[in-house]
Design a binder for this molecule. Structure first.
Ligand code: GUN
Length: 291
């Protein structure tokens, strides 16, 4: 039987686990806090940020909501980051990506104090992750590690194929699977848009992480029996629904589940875990800053 991995349930376990850490901080008079900065009027980004704030409030993390006009000069965002860096009451800072074209996104990531960079995107934190000494693991790959562990998928010695090479998911996922650590020790292949014969790579995989942003590109015939399939995609495709679209993953769920040993659905798989791990990193930030 194919196991359908329930990301909502595992995310709830993570949140339950955080409650103790939040209580312990509370006993010492500390309430973890996360500042979210939105410089966009993209409806999807607005939704993501408001969900992150709601998550914070539900577990007892203070959410600080900052919105910047997308037409404002880049300096306004940089000044805001500087103020948040200097504010001892702020433990975590998240600038929702993408920022407008006139803002240098690399400068945004560099500007955030690495100690408050709960996304794990600052070059210092990227370097630490690659060196096997992560401070904040990026939320999506960290959440995927937890999903695999919860589903009993052994990474040690496994052939893992990561499809997609983004800085947010593909590259850190590959690094985590490669680490000499729990949830790592896999043999990792990273595939992308220029990969020759993708299906030959995915067919030899024990674990496939699909994070290319291409709707339903991984189909059942590209998988061997028993593969663990993790779908990171959230793609809007035109559909005859009230909103005029539906959300589909990078995996063709119906055909893939015939081959897969375990598979994450979209929605309800990776998405809730990404959100839960942001809370995790924020609580970790509060603990580190208290020391
Ligand atoms: N935009 C899409 N995913 C993310 C994320 O994980 N963090 C931030 N800051 N922006 C994003």
């Amino acid at each position: 039987m194919t196991e359908i991995i329930d990301g909502n349930a595992v995310a709830q376990d993570v949140r339950d686990g955080l409650a103790d850490a939040i209580d312990a901080l509370d006993d010492e008079g500390v309430t973890p806090s996360l500042a979210t900065v939105l410089m966009s009027d993209d409806p999807a980004s607005e939704t993501y940020v408001s969900m992150k704030q709601q998550d914070c409030e539900e577990v007892g993390i203070e959410a600080i909501d900052i919105e910047i006009d997308p037409d404002a000069p880049a300096e306004e965002l940089f000044d805001t980051i500087d103020e948040l860096n200097a504010d001892d009451d702020v433990n975590g800072i998240l600038v929702q990506m993408p920022v407008p074209d006139h803002v240098d996104d690399r400068e945004v990531l560099r500007r955030i104090d690495p100690a408050k960079d709960v996304d794990g995107f600052h070059p210092e934190n990227v370097g630490r992750l690659v060196a096997g000494n992560a401070r904040y693991k990026p939320c999506t790959p960290h959440g995927i590690q937890k999903l695999l562990a919860d589903a009993g998928v052994e990474t040690e010695g496994a052939d893992a194929v990561v499809v997609g090479r983004s800085d947010i998911v593909g590259k850190p996922m590959a690094n985590l699977l490669l680490q000499k650590a729990e949830g790592g020790n896999a043999t990792v292949t990273v595939c992308h848009s220029r990969t020759d014969d993708l299906a030959a790579k995915t067919r030899q995989a024990d674990i496939v992480v699909a994070a290319a942003g291409v709707p339903e590109m991984i189909t059942g015939d590209m998988l061997s029996a028993g593969t663990a399939v993790i779908d990171v995609g959230i793609n809007r495709v035109d559909a005859d629904t009230e909103k005029g679209y539906e959300l589909v993953g990078d995996v063709d769920f119906e055909s893939a589940k015939e081959s897969a040993g375990a598979i994450t659905p979209v929605p309800g798989g990776v998405g809730p875990m990404t959100r839960a791990m942001l809370l995790w990193n924020t609580v970790k930030a509060a603990g580190l800053q208290e020391d």
